[in-house]
Design a protein around this ligand. Structure first.
Ligand code: NIG
Ligand code: FE
Length: 404
């Protein structure tokens, strides 16, 4: 029998942010194969370990591989024209009411082949990979019928199979009302509940189900029907909640043990309390807040007070957040929402993993876990949030392999 030796790599003199906190001492991290074998202070590193490890690397700040827990990065077309319309004074909601917005991306996405969609998504996901992201969530929501929603989810799965990144997929059929159902939203909800969710579940194409609960999206009653269908198929739920108004979507999502409520600029204290009770993560999307020139800041102090974990994501999409750089969100979360750099870093690591139901496998660095991490050429973790400066990623390690 032939036994292959598993490679052992040792990182030394590391400043370690483990997903929750920064260790005071310089640390050593030993990786064997795809797993973290040991983490200890340099002062306790056994001399024989130093000698037996095949490859050693020195210095820098180590963080878990970053997790972008909210994106819409599979889509066709561009909405640069709407960017210009907004500069001329039209609002995001007004553009949507005139048939632009999400529906314009729906036309382009329906018309695109699976291969064309895959190729369009590649540079966006590659930008995230180059920025240190090792886990990304990708939503559907620009198909709005059975065939095209499943097409989007298949593209997302394929990105995960072909690239060095974990992909989590979310079915967002309840994103906007498709043109063929303009007069009958409830009939579209029937289609989602009776056909799209069952088929996506049967083909294992969706890891969760999301809704857009809003005046220009779906009502709480309609979203609740989607949640019931999701739960019947054992899929966890989440919501685009209280982005433009407060409809109680975060509390609704909490009633269904939602993984996260996202945006939440208009969230009130009752919603925060409900989220705290159900362990629903607050996903902050400063890129959409910035792009739409929003002024209503999410209730950060209340979220702190009720100890609701806060995640931070790009919301990368063609309309409200054409941004595919998670490290920039660290800065924006601090500057626009007044998060501390530590909170922002927790938001793209441990708390982002919680928002995806992956807290056992991603977002934290400890022995026994998969070796997905980044080493940055900075002096302290806070510098990652402080400066907007690409090019500081020294190493990206995915499943124990150095990939950048
Ligand atoms: O998260 N709020 C709804 N959905 C997306 C925007 C999608 C789009 O404009 O294409 C969001 O902001
Ligand atoms: Fe979104």
């Amino acid at each position: 029998m032939c036994r292959q030796t598993v490679k052992r790599h040792l990182w030394q003199d590391i400043t370690l942010f483990d997903g929750l906190k920064t260790h005071a001492e310089k640390m050593a991290v030993l990786v064997e194969g795809a797993k973290i074998q040991q983490i200890c202070p340099m002062s306790q590193l056994p001399a024989d370990l130093r000698d037996t490890a095949e490859k050693t690397c020195q210095g820098g700040v180590m963080t878990p591989g970053l997790i972008d827990c909210h994106t819409h990065l599979v889509f066709a077309g561009s909405r640069a024209n709407e960017f210009e319309q907004r500069l001329e004074g039209l609002s995001y909601a007004e553009i949507a009411r005139r048939g632009g917005g999400i529906l314009s991306t729906v036309s382009a996405t329906r018309a695109a082949s699976e291969q064309a969609l895959f190729e369009a998504a590649l540079p966006r996901i590659q930008a995230l990979i180059a920025d240190g992201v090792t886990t990304v969530e990708i939503k559907s929501g620009y198909g709005l019928n059975l065939v095209d929603e499943l097409k989007m989810l298949r593209v997302a799965r394929r990105l995960g199979h072909q690239l060095s990144i974990h992909v989590v997929t979310t079915l967002l059929a309840a994103h906007a009302l498709p043109p063929e159902y303009q007069q009958d939203a409830d009939a579209y909800i029937d289609l989602i509940c009776d056909e799209i969710i069952p088929k996506a579940a049967a083909e294992k194409l969706a890891d969760a189900v999301d809704v857009f609960c809003e005046g220009i999206g779906f009502s709480p009653a309609q979203c609740e029907r989607v949640f019931q269908a999701a739960q019947a198929h054992k899929l966890p739920v989440k919501a685009h909640a209280e982005q433009l108004s407060n409809l109680g979507a975060a509390a609704l999502s909490a009633r269904y043990q939602g993984l996260s409520a996202d945006h939440i600029e208009h969230l009130d204290e009752a919603g925060v309390a409900a989220m705290a009770k159900s362990g629903t993560v607050a996903t902050l999307l400063p890129g959409a807040f910035y792009t739409l020139r929003d002024t209503q800041v999410p209730p950060i102090d209340l979220l702190r007070q009720y100890r609701v974990p806060m995640a931070v994501a790009t919301d990368g999409n063609p309309g409200s957040s054409p941004i595919f750089q998670l490290s920039l969100m660290l800065n924006m979360a601090c500057t626009l929402f007044r998060l501390t750099p530590t909170e922002a870093l927790q938001g793209v690591t441990h708390h982002a993993a919680l928002a995806l139901g992956l807290s056992q496998t991603a977002g934290l660095l400890s022995p026994g876990r998969t070796a997905d991490f980044c080493v940055w050429d900075v002096n302290s973790p806070a510098e990652l949030a402080y400066a907007i400066q690409p090019g500081r990623l020294k190493q990206r390690v995915f499943n124990g392999e150095v990939t950048a």
